[in-house]
Design a protein around this ligand. Structure first.
Ligand SMILES: [Zn+2]
Length: 280
């Protein structure tokens, strides 16, 4: 499943190239998770403005004129679901059976390939109203927002009794800590995943915030250097995993202390940790 780093790498790979493109046609394939919510012909001749990311969503602002300021404009909210990937090419191959959204522009063809169809392309009147508001309102803060910090995590979580890993994975406090990345961040911060949020000190939350940012930045850089054509956004988690400290390494020695890495199930997801480095 594409996580925040994959989505950010996807954004970086085409945001500059699609900026200022004019929409010429839109083709819809089989239904995705949510409908477009607007007749495609309503989008003809619109100009594509900046491409932003919020959590695992991308936002393509659509402008009426080339020089319109891109604030509070309508746009398309894109989600890659479980299996989606976006490509933006000047001369793509003919659409295949899994290509369920295609937008031909003056600068290239934006295409969503999504075999399982949990992804979506949704029109919204702005980023802060309509469907975009509905889907984004529950999201936690961005990990690279200047307001995100150990103090922020402490304030949001120290009264909760749930396990820290489960709390972070929900995305309600901070977005982006998907299963592999939250496991690695907790390892780096030396916090055991089962630890109750209320038992974690401010100092440890500060280490955790730094670790979350470090791990996500590392993943984005890894993807940015190796997945430039972004046909293969799903390869990023795999590449990241090759250098993981604990994730996917049950029974193997911890890279820091040689203790064997353990795996448990939390919230129906696998959690990996070093019982020696990571303290309850
Ligand atoms: Zn260890």
């Amino acid at each position: 499943m594409p996580e925040l780093p994959e989505v950010e790498v996807t954004r970086l790979s085409f945001a500059d190239r699609i900026l200022g493109a004019q929409i010429q046609s839109i083709r819809l394939g089989l239904p995705l998770r949510w409908p477009l919510g607007q007749p495609p012909q309503q989008l003809m001749a619109k100009w594509v403005g900046p491409v932003q990311r919020r959590g695992k969503y991308l936002w393509l602002s659509l402008l009426d004129s080339f020089d319109q300021p891109p604030q509070d404009t309508p746009g398309l909210l894109l989600h890659l679901g479980m299996s989606g990937s976006l490509s933006f090419e000047i001369n793509p191959a003919p659409a295949g059976p899994y290509d369920h959204f295609e937008m031909v522009t003056s600068l290239g063809v934006l295409r969503l390939r999504d075999p399982r169809r949990f992804g979506a392309v949704i029109w919204s009147p702005s980023l802060t109203s309509g469907m975009a508001y509905k889907l984004l309102q529950g999201l936690g803060i961005e990990p690279f927002d200047p307001q995100f910090s150990g103090a922020y995590l402490y304030a949001a979580l120290h009264h909760k009794t749930s396990a820290i890993k489960v709390a972070l994975l929900s995305g309600q406090t901070v977005v982006g800590a998907g299963n592999i990345y939250v496991s690695e961040a907790l390892f780096r911060a030396r916090i055991r995943p089962q630890t109750r949020c209320s038992r974690i000190s401010l100092a440890r939350y500060m280490r955790l915030a730094e670790a979350i940012q470090f791990i996500l930045r590392q993943a984005i850089e890894l993807g940015g250097s190796s997945i430039r054509d972004f046909q293969d956004t799903h390869g990023l988690a795999g590449k990241f995993q090759q250098q993981a400290g604990v994730y996917g390494r049950e029974g193997q020695p911890c890279t820091v202390c040689q203790t064997l890495v353990r795996r448990i199930i939390q919230g129906q997801r696998s959690t990996f940790f070093c019982p020696s480095c990571q303290r309850p």
